[in-house]
Design a protein around this ligand. Structure first.
Ligand SMILES: Cc1cc2nc3c(=O)[nH]c(=O)nc-3n(C[C@H](O)[C@H](O)[C@H](O)COP(=O)(O)O)c2cc1C
Length: 144
């Protein structure tokens, strides 16, 4: 499959998780492009079979917690994602709260099909990554 791994990272943790997703996909023989969302235009989404989209969690620990503002802006700028399977992930310090649900809703409004969602604690930013990737690939494959 052709995969896009796009991420919003402020201090490198989400980038590290994104790169681990990318390596896991490459190791399985998939064709992967990995970029920060700031470099990802609408054209990157054409012909892609599955997208992995990662953000850091931005908020005040108990209030206003959600996807990074830059990620929200990027999703708002999309001109539609017709049925594209997307696996969302985030990295967080204490508790991601509704981050993955909020990001999923924004993507679904744009037409995407969210197939997997996983939070990674910044202290263990690749824990359970293989099962997340496997689940996303299974749900995104044409036969599912
Ligand atoms: C301004 C700011 C706000 C944050 N707010 C939260 C928060 O509300 N909840 C949480 O669990 N982590 C919060 N974090 C922690 C980051 O989400 C976490 O460290 C993440 O792994 C950073 O990813 P990055 O290295 O890719 O930027 C915050 C970090 C910053 C800098």
């Amino acid at each position: 499959m052709k995969a896009l791994v796009a991420y919003e990272s402020r201090s490198g943790t989400t980038k590290r998780t994104a790169e681990a997703v990318s390596w896991a996909l490459s190791a399985k023989g998939h064709d992967v492009i990995t970029r920060p969302v700031a470099e990802v235009g609408q054209d990157y989404l054409v012909g892609v079979d599955v997208v992995f989209l990662g953000t850091w969690v931005e908020g005040f620990l108990v209030v206003g917690v959600g996807p990074a503002k830059a990620m929200r802006r990027w999703v708002s700028g999309l001109k539609g994602l017709p049925g594209t399977p997307i696996a969302v992930f985030c990295t967080y310090a204490l508790n991601p709260r509704g981050t993955l649900a909020t990001l999923s809703s924004l993507l679904e409004i744009a037409g995407a099909r969210v197939v997997a969602a996983q939070g990674f604690n910044r202290r263990q930013p690749t824990k359970d990554l293989d099962s997340f990737v496997q689940k996303a690939l299974a749900a995104a494959s044409p036969s599912s």
